[in-house]
Design a protein. Structure first.
Length: 306
């Protein structure tokens, strides 16, 4: 089912163009993530300007795209249930972030990893569709945006970036130039502005020497599928990363529910959330995260405590 074509993007809505392009790139590989990217763009655009004729026309067509996708994937739980959709988008954003972070810490600096850092930050934006960001996700978003800018500018200036978290001043990042092979825009997508840049005031100037992002934690088994091809950069093929599986809490084997334990609706909702997170993690072969979330759900259901 072809999505309705979008009219040209009004200048007022320039800030959502990269989320829409990310949706376009993920339409075939990750339609659920693409759907929520468009939903984020829709909600953000409505807040910016829903009154001028060109914005109203654009947002109306975008709403048509969302409705078409909802019909096409109406039997997908990640579309019909926000809790499942949230877990799906969050795990995919984490996959992107950790691929880039692993490459960064290994000293493998290239356009693919810059794009992955940048895309991860956009997908964490999308998580605001489901509510306020966790402190961890907000920190990852700032770090990913800053890293994309820092590494991009180092490579542009012929400098060797420092791997891992470091302290650095604000950087500006021209996202358009980093989107290799995206100059030809398919029908139904927005035309980018040639002057679109990551403004310096959007890049955090905090010192990141103290940030705690474990290298390879819950690392994805494979390189993200949407990494652009033909970037002119050669990098080693990423091999499946051996995973350290957490030990099952031995207390769960002998735990018994006391007669007075009564689970509230909120307890059931949290247990369901952990199970959904586990299922989404398994889609990316992330056994460690799946085991951790299943243990949390089991402990909550048995003891009434987290």
């Amino acid at each position: 089912m072809a999505a309705p074509a979008l009219p040209p993007l009004p200048p007022q809505l320039k800030s959502i163009q990269h989320h829409l392009r990310t949706a376009q790139e993920l339409d075939k590989r990750e339609p659920v993530v693409a759907y929520y990217c468009r939903l984020y763009a829709m909600q953000t655009g409505m807040k910016i300007d829903s009154k001028t004729p060109e914005c109203r026309k654009f947002l109306s067509k975008l709403m048509d795209q969302l409705e078409a996708m909802k019909k096409q994937f109406g039997d997908n739980e990640a579309i019909t249930q926000e809790i499942v959709g949230s877990a799906h988008v969050e795990n995919y954003a984490l996959k992107m972030f950790l691929y880039a972070d692993n490459e960064d810490r290994a000293g493998q600096f290239h356009k693919n990893m810059i794009k992955s850092f940048y895309t991860a930050s956009l997908l964490i934006d999308v998580l605001t569709v489901f509510g306020e960001l966790s402190e961890e996700n907000a920190q990852h978003r700032k770090y990913a945006r800053w890293k994309a800018a820092y590494i991009h500018n180092c490579l542009k200036n012929g400098e060797t970036p420092q791997p891992g978290p470091i302290g650095m001043e604000g950087e500006s990042f021209d996202a358009e130039r980093e989107e290799a092979g995206s100059s030809s825009v398919r029908s139904g997508t927005t035309q980018p502005s040639s002057s679109s840049t990551y403004e310096a005031n959007n890049i955090p100037t905090s010192n990141y020497t103290g940030i705690h992002i474990p290298p390879g934690a819950h690392a994805p088994a494979n390189t993200p599928a949407e990494v652009p091809h033909n970037t002119g950069v050669t990098s080693n093929t990423i091999q499946p990363t051996p995973q350290s599986i957490p030990l099952v809490d031995p207390s769960l084997y002998s735990a018994q529910s006391a007669g007075e334990v009564r689970l509230t609706p909120e307890d059931f909702a949290r247990a369901q959330k952990y199970c959904k997170y586990a299922g989404s993690a398994l889609q990316y072969e992330d056994v460690s995260t799946a085991v951790q979330n299943l243990q949390k759900a089991l402990k909550l259901l048995i003891t009434g405590r987290e």
